[in-house]
Design a protein around this ligand. Structure first.
Ligand code: SAH
Ligand code: SF4
Length: 393
């Protein structure tokens, strides 16, 4: 097994250079917020009076039309196109591997600059589709049921790499508009969940900037209500998430006593259930959103009793909430088992009778191991076997 970080509570992320270089010295425009894009164009020498309009045009080409080549930006003069091509690039991470499940779930193993890999998963549903996006390579936290938590850390993703996951999924889905074609209002990629690898609130600025890019009305234009950020409970960043992103919030709750949550979600030792709930109570008002999703992974004999269900309901009283019950996705060497189906249903019933929606998440894409962290690990294992290093999970 990979070595665990020394302390589960200290973020230990390797800092990246702030400037999103494209490898050849050109700055990648993907992931820059609108003001940052304007500043980049001004710095490249575009006349001050033109910067705003040119930035709006480039923005539309990248995020509305899905264009990656400055030469195709036909409403810019040839001289401007040449200048942009010399100074900038429009770069999206490479898809190292793509798998499509029998149920339509698509999983991308995404290779970042420097060779690290993360996962992005697209889940089609009736009339909509959700993209599960990663925010870090690995995770500094060490939730005991989560496979990502066993992977050695690693680094924060840049805003470019977070936005890039959305762009590459739209490429794969063929979802860029075609000029002259009737506008299709049904979106294949209509929702984003920050539930892939990593703790998004430990990479706050990049996640915020990336979400501002995808929410911008002139481009991908996903409303903030179609974006859900999932956190393990980084309490000091929760209010900031409401104020600076304003998206929906999901919280990995998973236990109803501090003793159990300390083990399952070790960040609880730093910010316990009471501190977390206090921050959550303020969230809907601060973000003007309706309700918070409580994620609750069902672990056999650990957190799944009737008493747990009743305690959960008492704890969250007064918070507009939905409880997402997640059957534990088992991974090789995991110290837990999935709760039996009847147990999960009984738990859901108790929560439901108390007045909360309590959907049980249907496992998707199991044939391609679409659960958190598993495809990347499988690939790493295969590599280690090939290089003779051993096949430990
Ligand atoms: N770090 C963030 C977001 C990524 S994890 C967080 O913890 O919220 C996304 C969700 O998947 C979390 O609710 C997490 O607890 C859950 N999860 C992780 N591993 C899982 C597993 N093996 N089975 C079921 N759910 C899991
Ligand atoms: Fe990190 Fe979330 Fe996994 Fe915990 S559940 S180890 S916070 S990715």
């Amino acid at each position: 097994m990979d070595a665990l970080p020394a302390s589960p509570l200290q973020p230990d992320v390797i800092a990246l250079p702030r400037k999103p270089e494209a490898g050849d010295g050109r700055t990648n425009l993907v992931g820059l917020t609108r003001p940052a894009l304007e500043a980049a164009l001004a710095e490249a020498g575009l006349p001050a009076g033109q910067v705003r309009m040119r930035a709006a045009q480039v923005w539309q080409w990248i995020y509305h039309w899905g264009v990656r080549d400055f030469a195709a930006m036909t409403n810019l003069s040839k001289a401007v196109r040449a200048l942009l091509a010399e100074r900038f690039a429009i770069r999206v991470p490479e898809v190292a591997r793509r798998e499509v499940s029998a149920d339509g779930t698509r999983k991308y193993l995404v290779r970042l600059e420097g060779g690290h890999e993360v996962e992005t998963v697209y889940i089609p549903e009736e009339g909509r589709g959700t993209l599960c996006v990663s925010s870090q390579v690995g995770c500094t936290l060490t939730c005991s049921f989560c496979h990502t938590g066993t992977q050695r850390l690693v680094r924060n993703l840049t805003a470019a790499e977070i936005v890039g996951q959305v762009l590459l999924a739209r490429d794969d889905l063929g979802e860029w508009p075609v000029r002259g074609a009737p506008k299709d209002e049904t979106r294949l990629l209509s929702n984003i969940v920050l539930m892939g690898m990593g703790e998004p609130l430990y990479n706050f600025e990049a996640v915020r900037d990336a979400m501002r890019v995808v929410m911008d009305g002139e481009g991908i234009a996903l409303s903030r209500r179609r974006i859900t950020l999932s956190t393990s409970g980084v309490v000091p960043e929760i209010a900031r998430c409401a104020e600076e992103i304003g998206c929906l919030l999901a919280v990995s709750f998973h236990a109803t006593t501090d003793a159990v949550r300390d083990v399952l979600v070790p960040i609880n030792r730093k910010w316990n259930i009471a501190a977390l709930l206090a921050a959550l109570r303020d969230y809907p008002r601060l973000s003007n959103s309706e309700r918070i999703t409580f994620e609750y992974v069902m672990l056999d004999g650990v957190n799944d009793s009737d008493e747990d269900a009743r305690r959960l309901v008492r704890l969250i009283a007064g918070i507009p909430a939905k409880i997402n019950l997640i059957p534990f996705n088992e991974w090789p060497g995991a110290p837990y088992r999935r709760s039996p189906e009847a147990r999960i249903r009984r738990f859901a019933d108790i929560v439901h009778k108390a007045g909360y929606a309590s959907p049980i998440r249907t496992p998707r894409g199991e044939d391609i191991m679409a659960a958190c962290g598993q495809l990347r690990s499988a690939t790493e294992r295969a590599r280690r076997i090939r290089s003779g290093v051993g096949a430990a999970p």
